[in-house]
Design a protein around this ligand. Structure first.
Ligand code: NAP
Length: 247
């Protein structure tokens, strides 16, 4: 796919990697539009880059349907969806503290499943619906994680990020008949606010395990997204952009 003039929707695009995707795709000639849950992030993005956006919680079915219907009515079907919005709410599965045994909180499970799995499902479904309806041979890019293989304290996050890879393969098989490609990226530890929340002593130990010897940069993940969008022979696979790290 030639990115020039292509319509790109980025979820969770107000800051972090989503913002980087939107800016880099714009610089490559595409027309990004972002959704996010924080109006200040959208306002700052608009002021800084001119990129438009709207409030959307990707986990709410009716809101996601309404957003995609409105977008399609105004601009037509998207050519590319970058399914980036994602959250963490870490906890140990079972934690013994003195005489207490603490269970993984159900609320942590529910909120991460809602955004990282249901949100990815809903946005991809609506994007694919409008692509098929308008005969647009588009691309859906899902953001998984190095943590999909199983990471301490991340039962919920791991379940969603491995689920994202499973959905990617399934949708690639189902949607290829319409000319739609679906790919995923599994970033390693990237220099973002999400990673800045990790305690410095823990982060130091993580970096020691990255063969490249440093955190990844957001532009390096964005360049992977461009590869997926531009390469018409790529579908149904996940690219691990993680500096060679295994967890
Ligand atoms: P981030 O800085 O937290 O950005 C995520 C964005 O999504 C934020 O603007 C966030 O809003 C928004 N968001 C949260 N819930 C949403 C919802 N329900 N609907 C729409 N938008 C929502 O995260 P990031 O580090 O850039 O990560 C982006 C993606 O990469 C995520 O899927 C993450 O799991 C994945 N990833 C990140 C890393 C890493 O090293 N950072 C590694 C592997 C994978 P708020 O401002 O309210 O938070």
């Amino acid at each position: 796919m030639d990115l020039k003039g292509k319509k790109v929707i980025v979820t969770g695009g107000g800051r972090g990697m989503g913002k980087q995707f939107a800016v880099d795709f714009m610089n490559a000639g595409a027309k990004p539009y972002v959704v996010d849950v924080v109006q200040e992030s959208l306002d700052a993005l608009k002021a800084e880059t001119g990129i438009d956006g709207k409030i959307l919680d990707v986990s709410k079915e009716a809101d996601v349907e309404a957003f995609f219907n409105g977008y399609a009515a105004e601009f037509g079907a998207p050519d590319i969806l970058i399914n980036n919005a994602g959250i963490t709410a870490d906890a140990l599965f079972i934690k013994k503290k003195g005489d207490d045994i603490i269970k993984f909180p159900m609320s942590n499970w529910d909120k991460v499943i809602a955004v990282n799995l249901t949100g990815v499902f809903l946005c991809a479904r609506e994007a694919a619906y409008h692509m098929v309806k308008n005969n647009v041979k588009g691309v859906i890019i899902n953001i998984s994680s190095i943590s999909r293989s199983g990471n301490l304290g991340q039962t919920n996050y791991t379940a969603t990020k491995s689920g994202v890879v499973g959905m990617t393969v399934t949708w690639a098989k189902e949607l290829s008949r319409y000319g739609i490609r679906v790919g995923a990226i599994a970033p390693g530890y990237i220099n973002t606010e999400m990673v800045a929340k990790i305690r410095p002593e823990v982060l130091g130990k993580i970096i020691e395990q990255i063969p490249v010897g440093r955190l990844g940069e957001m532009a390096e993940i964005s360049s992977t997204a461009r590869f997926i969008a531009e390469n018409d022979f790529f579908t149904g696979r996940v690219i691990e952009t993680d500096g060679g790290m295994r967890i």
